[in-house]
Design a protein around this ligand. Sequence first.
Ligand SMILES: Cc1cc2nc3c(=O)[nH]c(=O)nc-3n(C[C@H](O)[C@H](O)[C@H](O)COP(=O)(O)O)c2cc1C
Length: 206
Amino acid sequence: MNILQIDTSVLGDNSVSRTLTAEVVAELRKQHPDATLVVRDLDKEAPAHLSNSLLPILGGPKDGLDAIQQAELERTETWLREFMEADVLVVGVPQYNFSIPSQLKAWIDRIAQAGRTFRYTENGPVGLATGKRAIVVSSRGGVRPSEDALDLHEVTVDTVFRFLGITDITYVRAHGLALGQQAREAGVAAARTAVAALNDEGKLAA
Ligand SMILES: Cc1cc2nc3c(=O)[nH]c(=O)nc-3n(C[C@H](O)[C@H](O)[C@H](O)COP(=O)(O)O)c2cc1C
């Protein structure tokens, strides 16, 4: 089993999602001691935002690229390969300004490639990254307005993963982190309960 751990928080050692992605991975490795692990830290190596000059690295002819484009092409191909080879994605997704961290969006803009991770058909788009599980560690200062809805930042990740063909998505939520010490501890405890309940399939127990 190949695990791809993606961390995106800018809070370094104070990050809750980073602590929890590590705990999720430790839980998975307990169950699968021979699992391989790739850790991608999108804070330490943030992808440059997609721009007109970087567009050629996503498609079309690759000759004539300048040194920057060539380097970005190589980084992109590494990220894309890691993504496609992963059986389980463990992704830390804090809510920043009502959305996902821009580092994660920039990574998505690199790996969402027509003909590679999805394709268009007469009947609409089809995801090519099938057979994977995603465990999303969702952290935020506030709380969801309702228990049965995805949170704002979760909607983006959920929509992108499903578009790319990943339908097995589990949420480990640490919410209410900015609502005082008691709420913070309760949010982290709820997430740890969810991590402990990850069963052999990497899903939450019913
Ligand atoms: C730049 C920034 C923006 C934030 N925006 C939001 C927000 O829109 N909604 C929210 O509930 N919390 C927000 N927070 C709080 C974070 O979601 C919270 O600190 C959480 O712990 C982040 O996860 P992390 O510790 O892994 O970084 C924000 C924090 C930062 C640093």
